[in-house]
Design a protein around this ligand. Sequence first.
Ligand code: PEP
Ligand code: MN
Length: 362
Amino acid sequence: METTIKKAPLIASEVIKKRPLIISGPCSAETEEQVMETAQQLADTGLVDVLRAGIWKPRTRPGSFEGVGTKGLPWLQQARKQTGLPVAVEVATAKQVEDALHFDVDILWIGARTTVNPFSVQEVADALRGVKVPVLIKNPINPDLELWIGAVERVAKAGITEIGLIHRGFSNYGNTEYRNAPMWHLAIEMKRRNPGMMLINDPSHICGRRDILLEVAQKAIDLDFDGIMVESHIDPDNAWSDAKQQITPGQIKEMINAIHWRKEDVNSEEFHQVLEKLRQQINHLDDEMMQILGQRMKVAEKIGEYKKNNDVVILQTNRWNEILERAYKKADPLGLSKEFITRYLDAVHMESINHQNRIMNS
Ligand code: PEP
Ligand code: MN
């Protein structure tokens, strides 16, 4: 490394209040040189607030690179000194917490594979007792909001006051567009249940590939997320983990500059009046839909009554297919996606069945 300027690392508690908060760095610390070079290039963009790097890697299958371990921590300590960027590391055990803190790691995060396991989260939380450090908690790999909330509660009970959330998507079976389905509604619901808690998006682990990182990051920013965590590597194709989704520090700069950072609000009377009117229209339509759904359930109950009198089962699979096919045809010209219609009708149909079931067994 050529650069010799040493900067006093910024205070993590201050840095994490910045909006938008940008965290970047390699999926894994691999070598001292890779860490130092990545850190310097990221710092040079002037756009990155926190340097991330995985030291212990929870890999799905054994035999993959499982992280350099504790020997990588002095590299991060050095990078922190060199660039002034606070550093963030994933921890999953008490020993990892202890080692990370010993080497001045500023921010800890709990990974998706750890959030699913209350024993591990509790172990990490216990190790954090009496420590003042910001902790970011990734969503669990499965779409279970309670587990995510449980992890937040365990860490909070240990006395940690600076807690943030990272939305990194949810596992699914088979190949899909995303490595991890974003299920934005879960992140939004988590935010609603934890008002005021920082929520950032991790497009790298959602996408699993480079070409749609910007699109996902933009969506998160449009949904008023507080920032993003994106993986970067000086030689992405040859990264020891998550090679397909990493981008160079130069590309990080391009991406951040390409994002349209919209305002959260605007100080104009007219804007608020127009918005209020449109929102009233939405409320009105929601009320109408509620009325119609109520009527639909009444009809379902009548069907239930009729089937009961004729002693036939509730569910006729053909009928369900017919409902879906009809709806898809009608939804398309209205600009409603197949995915939305399926989810909507699934909920409505299920409720209908429950109503019929109650009638049949009454
Ligand atoms: C990571 O951030 O490199 C990581 C392992 O992420 P996740 O816990 O979201 O899989
Ligand atoms: Mn990764």
